[in-house]
Design a protein around this ligand. Structure first.
Ligand SMILES: Nc1nc2c(ncn2[C@@H]2O[C@H](COP(=O)(O)OP(=O)(O)OP(=O)(O)O)[C@@H](O)[C@H]2O)c(=O)[nH]1
Ligand SMILES: [Mg+2]
Length: 368
């Protein structure tokens, strides 16, 4: 039995709808084939979702974790909190880790790698991980990519089997492709859930074997509550943008039709906030009656846009809850899967209306 070189699925010629499908001829004649699904993703950018359950994910990763001396944990800087998924952390807590902080290219310009590194080292104190080193990188601009190999060589002079792990869509396969002589061997795509099984790759001219793995879908991301088209609009691929808002008494901020945030500070306090999201997210200021009406009407318009016609019904089928938060000055309020709000003049007392599954956290301010 051979595996698909792109996604790791076992090659088979029985069921065209299942992962790893190839024609009988390919199955017999070729040991280094890619499956039909990978062919379509690579050549036509098609979206062919395969969602792994947490159990399947854990089972797959456990096939390679015990025999790997090192874990390369890849996280997305824009989604740092949800990338540090607790199931992954539990799996790797006894292994040495090199933390790779990816997608530095989409951070706002004032956030350089050294400032980010200081902030990341502070955050790491919250996790029980054996971190050997941290690398800030961008696969897209190629920043810091070779530095990872240097770090691995420094710690493992005689070579190593390193398993590359992380949440889905953080850029694990893209990273490994960067080291392969013939680029783009592993299938990558803008949609989550691309790699299906582990794939071992020896890095040319080194004694390093990198093992690609599927990603886990982290808990609590609002981007997972909408359709794929909306997901692509929410998850930033270009530079994150910032919008500054001075919140008047009882005013409401709507982030498209996804959620709203009402200022419940006293009348004489006017909090100032910076909202960091992908460029396709719109910030609309209104009053509570209008916000409730907009999120009740389930009609896609200029303000709503996301969720779109396709997913608006299922999105509003979610159970919505109102939760109050009090966020001190110089603190970020993170909306998992969407972005974060930095409180510049606080405190910020808010009531948030959002789907029950969506998680929010506060953290030390990232961009000062
Ligand atoms: N802006 C930006 N995009 C990146 C970077 N690295 C990867 N991407 C994009 O992120 C998306 C996901 O990349 P993949 O390599 O498929 O991610 P993965 O972690 O292997 O995903 P799964 O296989 O689903 O777990 C693709 O659209 C990549 O082009 C980066 O450094 N910057
Ligand atoms: Mg992948």
């Amino acid at each position: 039995m051979y595996k698909c070189l792109g996604c790791g699925a076992m090659l088979q010629d029985k069921d065209e709808k299942k992962p790893g499908y190839v024609s009988e001829k390919v199955l017999i004649e070729k040991s280094n084939a890619i499956c039909k699904r990978c062919f379509k993703i690579k050549n036509y950018g098609e979206y062919i979702p395969v969602k792994l359950s947490k159990e399947d994910y854990v089972k797959e990763v456990k096939k390679v974790l015990p025999s790997s001396e090192l874990v390369i944990l890849v996280v997305d800087i824009i989604e740092f909190s949800s990338s540090m998924d607790e199931d992954i952390i539990t799996l790797i807590k006894d292994k040495p880790v090199i933390l790779v902080v990816n997608k530095m290219d989409i951070l706002p310009r004032q956030m350089n790698p050294s400032k980010t590194a200081v902030w990341i080292h502070e955050r790491l104190k919250e996790y029980k991980l054996k971190v050997l080193d941290v690398a800030m990188i961008s696969n897209i601009s190629n920043y810091g990519v070779n530095g990872i190999l240097r770090k691995i060589n420094h710690f493992y002079k005689n070579g190593v089997n390193a398993v590359v792990m992380g949440a889905t869509n953080v850029g694990k396969s893209t990273l490994i492709n960067n080291y392969l002589a013939k680029n783009s061997v592993l299938t990558v795509s803008k949609y989550p859930g691309t790699t299906l099984n582990f794939v071992k790759m020896r890095i040319p001219d080194t004694k390093i074997v990198l093992i690609d793995t599927p990603g886990i879908i982290p808990k609590g991301r609002i981007s997972d509550e909408v359709c794929e088209k909306c997901n692509l609009k929410i998850v930033p691929t270009k530079k994150v943008v910032v919008k500054r808002v001075k919140l008047d008494f009882e005013r409401v901020i709507m982030l498209n039709g996804l959620l709203f945030i009402q200022n419940i500070n006293n009348e004489n306090e006017r909090p100032i906030i910076d909202i960091y999201t992908g460029p396709d997210i719109s910030v609309h200021e209104t009053n509570i009656d209008k916000a409730e009406e907009l999120m009740d009407r389930t009609i896609v318009n200029e303000i709503i846009k996301i969720p779109c016609d396709e997913c608006i019904d299922t999105y509003y089928d979610n159970e919505f809850v109102y939760t109050e938060y009090s966020i001190p000055e110089n603190t970020d309020f993170v909306i998992k899967g969407l972005g974060w709000i930095a409180v510049r003049r606080g405190p910020l007392n808010i009531k948030v209306k959002a789907p029950k599954n969506v998680e929010f956290i506060t953290r030390e301010v990232f961009i000062k």
